[in-house]
Design a protein around this ligand. Structure first.
Ligand SMILES: [Fe+2]
Length: 282
């Protein structure tokens, strides 16, 4: 990354959404209905404040930091447990998902697991429409259940501006069902179990088009958008605290701004792949 030179006259183009859409709904307890609105492209995002029980947070954090499966990612400084499909073939992603599953599961199997609560509430809500939610799969092999990450990168962003749609067009993943999610909405689900200072979620009102991605050399990665290219667009800065669960449309460029201490999240991506099926992946 970083070697790509952005031309001076480059202008990021794409879709901007209306102000009625471009906002976060804020709730004090979990409710699957606004999540359905995000999945259906009716609103940008929703945040449920303090929705994760104390014991679940504590146990997730304790298991994360003591896990033998904890990995250091140097390219994009963070600690993580789990796998991600970004920038790899379906085969190597699913292989990673299988290898890391034993480390991921204990973090989801905590008392009052927010991961389980979220999924069972969504399953119940989707059933009202004759639909269901499951982990994505390919030829019988499951995707990752969750990716648990702690950011600690210095600089203006802990996680650089990017979007989650481009990665769903990677030709090395042709035929993988998650690519059909791009026909609907691609939603990022995050459960914050530990939070230092700062580390706000920043979302810009731009869903970049393919021409822009190609010009930036990030056609199938969506990572990253130089800060200067985002200046013309409105942005939302959302304070995130330990215990918050938030879901938003990952087609919009987003980032995590600078934080002190660890910002640890349980996360996955989610989207409809047909009218009756929501799948999740990492
Ligand atoms: Fe993202």
């Amino acid at each position: 990354m970083g070697a790509f030179i952005v031309k001076q006259d480059f202008r990021l183009t794409g879709v901007q959404t209306e102000s009625a859409f471009f906002r976060f709904e804020e709730r004090n307890e979990f409710d699957p209905e606004p999540v359905m609105d995000v999945l259906r492209g009716r609103r940008l995002g929703v945040i449920f404040r303090d929705a994760i029980p104390e014991d679940a947070k504590k146990e997730t954090v304790a298991r994360f930091w003591s896990s033998p499966g904890l990995l250091r990612r140097d390219g994009e400084p963070s600690y993580c447990i789990g796998s991600y499909h970004w920038n790899k073939s379906t085969e190597s992603y699913l292989k990673d998902a299988a290898t890391t599953a034993d480390a991921v599961l204990p973090l989801l199997d905590v008392p009052h697991s927010p991961w389980r609560s979220f999924r069972s509430a969504m399953a119940e809500e989707l059933a009202r429409y004759g639909a269901s939610i499951r982990i994505a799969e390919h030829e019988g092999e499951p995707a990752g259940a969750a990716l648990i990450r702690a950011w600690d990168k210095e600089g203006s962003f802990a996680l650089d501006p990017h979007e989650d749609e481009a990665q769903c067009t990677d030709p090395r993943q042709a035929g993988f069902e998650i690519q059909r999610a791009a026909d609907y909405e691609i939603c990022a689900v995050n459960m914050c179990v530990q939070q230092g200072d700062g580390g706000r979620l920043v979302v810009w009102n731009i869903r970049p088009d393919d021409d822009s991605r190609t010009s930036l050399g990030i056609q199938h990665t969506g990572f990253s958008y130089p800060a200067a290219t985002l200046e013309p667009f409105d942005a939302i800065q959302l304070d995130v605290r330990s215990g918050d669960v938030y879901v938003f449309n990952g087609r919009h460029v987003h980032a995590v701004d600078a934080c002190k201490g660890h910002r640890t999240n349980v996360s996955f991506l989610m989207g409809f792949v047909d009218e009756r099926t929501v799948v999740t992946w990492t």
